[in-house]
Design a protein around this ligand. Structure first.
Ligand SMILES: C[S@@+](CC[C@H](N)C(=O)[O-])C[C@H]1O[C@@H](n2cnc3c(N)ncnc32)[C@H](O)[C@@H]1O
Length: 240
């Protein structure tokens, strides 16, 4: 068995995990990355440990059975307070094509579809592939009415379609890293470039993150709709 990871993206814990499966490892570190490998195994390694991890991460009902989720996803068993703030400010009159950037297990998408009967298509983009089958289940109630697209996609690489409505609670750090405002700023740039004429972006963020300049670069009008619990919520309209 062989593993590789960047030091600042969990190399040490990945090596410990592989040790638990495959026994003592050899390793090499270079360019702030680490590669680690086992000797040829006699059998399949510690299959009980592997099964325990699979069981621990199994999908399960959450929030009184209203949704399905699994450990390892962002806010996997609860509604994130920033996302709750965003959901409260969704305008039921919004219509057309929508996108949810960094959609996780689908909470914001579910709220958008439940509150806006005029939304006809929704694309959810998410970097963690394990979230997508769960988002599909969580949005299933709307599948007859709305064209759903669930995309394993790095939003910072941009979007291929145009949208009338974009919602996002963007990530604010990569795995194992300190706050990285560039990530959220790249989400804003992707949303800006994907706006249909008259499109709007509803974005929630930790209050200290510097997203205002990126929003003002992309939109003619940026309104601070709410602040609560250390979060701020922006509505950006009039895309440039
Ligand atoms: C703050 S969470 C919000 C999740 C969900 N929308 C919610 O409200 O609970 C940000 C999400 O963005 C995802 N993410 C991180 N980097 C990403 C990227 N480059 N492209 C797409 N999604 C990404 C994370 O996996 C996470 O699910």
């Amino acid at each position: 068995m062989l593993g590789v990871a960047a030091n600042d993206q969990g190399a040490r814990s990945a090596q410990a995990d592989l040790t638990a499966l495959a026994g003592p490892l050899s390793s090499l570190s270079k360019n702030r990355c680490r590669v680690f490998w086992s000797a040829p195994l006699e059998g399949a390694g510690n299959t009980q440990q592997a099964q325990d991890w699979i069981d621990a991460a199994a999908p399960r009902p959450i929030l009184d059975g209203r949704f399905v989720s699994r450990p390892g996803l962002f806010a996997w068993d609860r509604i994130d307070p920033a996302s709750a703030l965003l959901a409260e400010h969704i305008d039921p009159d919004w219509r057309g094509r929508a996108a949810d950037l960094g959609g996780g297990w689908g909470y914001l998408s579910s709220q958008l579809l439940a509150r806006c009967p005029g939304i006809t298509a929704l694309d959810l983009f998410e970097a963690q592939a394990q979230a997508l089958p769960l988002a599909r289940l969580n949005l299933g109630a709307h599948a007859d009415r709305v064209t759903l697209g669930l995309h394993w996609h790095d939003v910072t690489r941009g979007l291929a379609q145009r949208y009338d409505v974009v919602v996002t609670n963007p990530p604010f750090h990569a795995q194992g890293r300190a706050d990285d405002p560039a990530l959220g700023q790249a989400f804003i740039a992707a949303a800006t470039q994907a706006m249909a004429p008259g499109g709007k972006l509803l974005l929630v963020a930790n209050r200290h993150l510097p997203y205002e300049a990126a929003l003002q670069r992309g939109f003619g009008k940026v309104s601070l709709l709410a602040q609560r619990d250390g979060f701020k919520l922006f509505l950006a309209t009039a895309p440039r």
